[in-house]
Design a protein around this ligand. Structure first.
Ligand SMILES: Nc1nc2c(c(=O)[nH]1)N[C@H]1C(S)=C(S)[C@@H](COP(=O)(O)O)O[C@H]1N2
Ligand SMILES: [Mo]
Length: 440
């Protein structure tokens, strides 16, 4: 690899044209039917030098794929109260958690990603004692307002462990690239939330027969500074709103919700795009049509209703709103890049989740997906919590290996091994997570 190519950045090079990048860097040609990359001896030597070891399963390696050893995340940048998160943006703040720091079964607050579309309310202006939540909308029988104390007193409390994943998690891999935060894999978390059921509160206000959707409003302010502009106002269909696990929450992991994650009150619609879980929650509207607040319409949090070619432009009317998130998994141990002895079992583990569904099976591979081994998989703590998996793998020789994990949901749908269908905004990338391991 020449210096010049390195300066361009491997992601940039692959983003422009993966086949060209393969050819430039390794002289690798891709077989269009098998998708396997064919490496000549010199190319194999170049790639081995770059990843720091011979690649025993090189013949199984797909083309157009950046080796996991080189696809490593940018340097973490520290923000107060967050430990080792990768910051994509500081106004608004957007930060994700590297996979190996998501190893906890229940995500602690300091490992929870942050996705802000606007400016959060100033901490000193947030007083949980006077905070009110308004329930209104054309399909609400009796609009009402509640303080947090009234919510706590009037309705039954529930605690669930719930996954929140940004719809754009994994966007950095899309090709051609999609605009927006270049999330790698860590815009996902699964803490516990305590609050009251949205259903109980809506029922207390009365839900008209024509109700089809709810929408939320929060207390954050628009980046433009215009106090009348709404940052984001999304929602979910009635069916999701009325589920047991859909909460109006005041606590996360038994403590106040952190300021950046929505203190003092947030909606949690786990398993759906994170953008449906409104933070700094001030108002919920019951709608007689699909909610049409900012970032609900047009191309926001929507994917083409039918698959399109990479790079295609899609008219708004052919874009469909995202519901339950697709099946996905993470390898949280080991961290990508570790060194491990050959022929000695390596215990690996992680989490798997599938939106509103359960995960039925997790498989792992050490030969670029040519063969798979079944991992052991735990049941979720409750519906919409992620599930923990573990497996022992043995690396049969010295060299460079990648561990891949692939989850399959309760309807039999599997994660794709590499990229799923391209879409203009780069949502729903649920490709297999890969980590690099060098056997010595
Ligand atoms: N009021 C408000 N709610 C919001 C957002 C926001 O910018 N403002 N961002 C949404 C998006 S896009 C995501 S992915 C989640 C992220 O939740 P977190 O920051 O607690 O991780 O919050 C959602 N709720
Ligand atoms: Mo998001």
């Amino acid at each position: 690899m020449t210096k010049k190519k390195q300066e361009r950045g491997i992601h940039e090079l692959y983003a422009q044209d993966p086949q060209q990048a393969d050819w430039l860097l390794w002289g690798r040609k891709v077989d269009s039917t098998s998708r396997r990359g064919f490496l000549k001896k010199t190319g194999l030597l170049a790639m081995s030098a770059a990843v720091g070891a011979h690649i025993p399963f090189w013949e199984k390696m797909p083309g157009g794929l950046i080796p996991a050893a080189l696809a490593a995340s940018p340097e973490p940048f520290v923000i107060p109260g967050r430990d080792g998160l990768i910051v994509h943006n500081d106004r608004p703040i957007n930060a994700e958690t590297p996979a190996h720091l998501l190893d906890d079964k229940i995500t602690p607050a300091h490992r929870m990603f942050v996705r802000n579309n606007g400016i959060p309310p100033v901490e000193s202006s947030v007083d949980p004692a006077t905070w009110t939540l308004e329930i209104a909308g054309e399909s609400c029988v009796t609009p009402m307002s509640f303080t947090i104390a009234q919510l706590k007193e009037r309705f039954e409390h529930h605690t669930y462990q719930l996954q929140i994943e940004c719809g754009g998690n994994g966007r950095s891999e899309f090709n051609p690239p999609a605009k927006g935060n270049q999330w790698v894999v860590g815009a996902i978390a699964c803490p516990t939330f305590t609050g009251v059921r949205l259903r109980d509160v809506l029922k207390a206000c009365g839900i008209k027969d024509d109700a089809v959707y709810v929408g939320y409003y929060g207390a954050d302010t628009h980046l433009s500074g215009d106090p009348d502009k709404v940052v984001i106002s999304r929602g979910v269909p009635m069916e999701k709103a009325l589920r047991d696990e859909t909460l109006i929450a005041w606590a996360m992991n038994g403590e106040d919700i952190p300021a950046l994650n929505g203190h003092p009150l947030r909606l949690v619609a786990g398993g759906w795009p994170g953008s449906t879980s409104g933070k700094w929650l001030k108002k919920i509207v019951i709608r007689n049509k699909e909610h049409d607040g900012p970032k609900m319409t047009g191309q926001s949090y929507r994917v083409p209703c039918t698959p399109v070619a990479p790079g295609a432009e899609v008219a708004d009317e052919n874009m469909c709103v995202i519901g339950s998130m697709p099946v996905k998994s993470l390898i949280t141990f080991p961290e990508s890049g570790i060194v491990h002895p050959q022929n000695k079992p390596l215990s690996i583990r992680g989490h798997a989740w599938a939106g509103d569904l359960d995960v039925d099976e997790v498989l792992v591979s050490i030969d670029f997906g040519a063969t798979w081994q079944k991992a052991s998989l735990e049941r979720p703590a409750n519906s919409i919590a992620w599930q923990h998996w573990s497996a022992d793998v043995t690396l049969p020789s010295i060299g460079y290996f990648e561990i891949w994990a692939r989850a399959i949901d309760s309807t039999g749908r599997s994660q794709p091994m590499v990229m799923p269908g391209w879409n203009p905004r780069g949502y729903l990338n649920n490709a297999c997570h890969r980590v690099a391991v060098k056997a010595v």
